[in-house]
Design a protein around this ligand. Structure first.
Ligand SMILES: [Zn+2]
Length: 118
């Protein structure tokens, strides 16, 4: 026997980009956004602080472009090949259309490096 009652459930109706304040909801109803997040631990200047910035696609890739530019500046006079900036800066997986891990992960040998498997 089912005993039923009505309960109020909170749902996310929309999610606004924290930079441009545009909705991240696309036609069809899905939310599409990127998240820049950090949880700073012991010893850091921001110990105990957590950050979460939601970005629409345009603002996310503008942020990536800004970080790539900063990387270029920081490594401008470096002589190490690891300082080279590639077009896939920040990309971990490609072809992950169904969130199943994708078909190609180029950075499994040494995550965070520019060592490619291909
Ligand atoms: Zn935005």
């Amino acid at each position: 026997m089912n005993i039923k009652e009505k309960q109020a459930v909170e749902v996310v109706r929309d999610l606004l980009c924290d930079v441009c304040l545009d909705s991240t909801r696309f036609e069809g109803g899905s939310l599409r956004y990127g998240v820049l997040q950090a949880h700073w631990g012991s010893g850091s200047a921001h110990d105990g602080e957590r950050y979460e910035v939601h970005l629409c696609e345009r603002c996310f890739f503008q942020a990536v472009a800004n970080l790539k530019q900063e990387r270029r500046i920081q490594t401008m006079f470096g002589e190490n090949d690891n300082d080279r900036l590639t077009d896939d800066f920040g990309v971990v997986v490609t072809d992950d259309f169904f969130r199943d891990g994708g078909s190609f992960d180029r950075y499994t040998v040494n995550p965070g490096s520019n060592d490619k498997i291909d």
